[in-house]
Design a binder for this molecule. Structure first.
Ligand SMILES: Cc1cc2nc3c(=O)[nH]c(=O)nc-3n(C[C@H](O)[C@H](O)[C@H](O)COP(=O)(O)OP(=O)(O)OC[C@H]3O[C@@H](n4cnc5c(N)ncnc54)[C@H](O)[C@@H]3O)c2cc1C
Length: 378
């Protein structure tokens, strides 16, 4: 079973990263306790794209069937001109293996939590960890800080690093919508964009982003008047405006950039997911990278009995990869929001690519989607 058999693992945070880690370590024979501050293992009402790199790790944990039941298989991604509602190109996703999927976050959390319970993970709810001397941490062989954006564990290992406002705010919403093809649409307008994709149960997930001089609070739970969302896209095509007009509940938050943590571990504490590397949502990678981290951490600590060496190898393998993904997400934000001549040239480029080499658009992300955390040195 490897070096993790019989180890005591404490995990702070029952989000996607913490639950995946709990499952991976429990499957290796570790005694895993997960501490979650919320009264229930649950998620905000929003969608999630699980790309092949994240799916590969979840499949390795035996979750392929559950994912298929919970998600929709994505067929394509379609950049759209938000001002005219004309598709600019269509890039195929249907041949991705494992499949690229659209899920509701709560469904992914639900299936991970069930698998954790089946694997014997002890989940303690209403358990906000305030310091590392808390019961369960002090005597653990390893404490995993999977505690997200406002991590308690990260500042123990790193000097403070203030996030900075990107000049963008985002709304998220879900509306009822039947017969939507399983495709992500990226509606691009100067200074703004909207991403839409369907979710099981005849729903459409909407994330809309607008450049703004003033900042909004970071966090997922700030309700906003849907009229503000509509007003931000008032010059766009009726097809998009009609979708936004159907939003009844919208949440708004400010998008901040955080540096990737310099130090991910000491001899007994290690970070994963957003605690180590929050990312902007423009490449749909935050959860996928957290899932990869979790599996890589479990595999590397199993293979190398010296825990500190294993943690060093984990940081060495993961940090460059997540830094590259985060840089790619940052670049997407700029590309979606072009105006004037730059916009026309970029759209023409996408259109031409879609006609003469449609696979090139997705293939350029081969380094991201084809990564196999189960077969690399991780
Ligand atoms: C609009 C938007 C869309 C996105 N879409 C995608 C997408 O399509 N695909 C994708 O891969 N990613 C996406 N992401 C990113 C993704 O949601 C996050 O990167 C991911 O959820 C991070 O998981 P995590 O487990 O590291 O942290 P979190 O999900 O933040 O979980 C942290 C957990 O720790 C708990 N916690 C925190 N502090 C304590 C404490 N002191 N004691 C106990 N518990 C604690 C919290 O309650 C929480 O449950 C998106 C993000 C946004 C904002």
């Amino acid at each position: 079973m490897g070096a993790n058999a019989g180890r005591t693992i404490a995990i702070i945070g029952g989000g996607i990263g913490g639950l995946t880690a709990a499952l991976a370590f429990a499957r290796q024979g570790a005694n895993v306790t997960l501490h979650e501050q919320a009264p229930a293992i649950t998620e905000v009402g929003a969608g999630l794209q699980i790309t092949p790199n994240g799916a590969r790790a979840l499949h390795a944990l035996g979750l392929a069937g559950a994912l298929d039941q919970a998600g929709l298989r994505a067929e394509a991604v379609q950049p759209m001109d938000a001002l005219t509602a004309h598709p600019i190109a269509r890039f195929d996703l249907s041949r991705q293996t494992p499949p690229y999927r659209f899920l509701h976050r709560a469904d992914l959390i639900g299936l991970l939590a069930q698998a954790c319970a089946d694997a014997g993970v002890r989940i303690i709810l209403n358990a906000r960890i305030a310091d590392m001397t808390a019961a369960g941490m002090a005597d653990a062989d390893l404490t995993i800080g999977a505690d997200g954006l406002h991590s308690l564990a990260r500042p123990l290992l790193n000097s403070p690093a203030a996030p900075f406002f990107t000049g963008q705010v985002a709304w998220r919403a879900i509306i009822p919508a039947a017969d939507v093809p399983p495709m992500a649409q990226i509606w691009m307008a100067p200074g703004r964009h909207v991403v839409t994709y369907p979710l099981p149960g005849n729903r459409l997930n909407i994330v809309a982003v607008q450049e703004r001089a003033t900042w909004a609070a970071e966090g997922w739970y700030h309700a906003d008047d849907p009229a503000n969302l509509c007003a931000a896209f008032t010059d766009c095509a009726p097809a998009l405006r009609d979708l936004l007009a159907r939003v009844e509940v919208a949440n708004l938050w400010g998008l901040f950039r955080h540096p990737v943590a310099e130090h991910w571990h000491n001899d007994r504490i290690v970070l994963l997911g957003d605690a180590a590397h929050p990312t902007l949502p423009f490449l749909a990678q935050g959860a996928n990278l957290a899932i990869e981290d979790a599996l890589a951490l479990a595999r590397m600590t199993r293979a190398q009995p010296d825990l500190v060496e294993a943690l060093q190898a984990y940081q060495g393998a993961r940090r460059p990869r997540v830094a590259r993904a985060i840089a790619a997400a940052n670049a997407n934000a700029r590309n979606y929001h072009l105006s004037g001549l730059q916009r026309r040239v970029a759209h023409l480029g996408l259109k031409t690519l879609g006609k003469i080499a449609p696979d090139a658009f997705i293939n350029r992300l081969g380094w991201l989607y084809d990564h196999d955390v189960t077969s690399s040195s991780e």
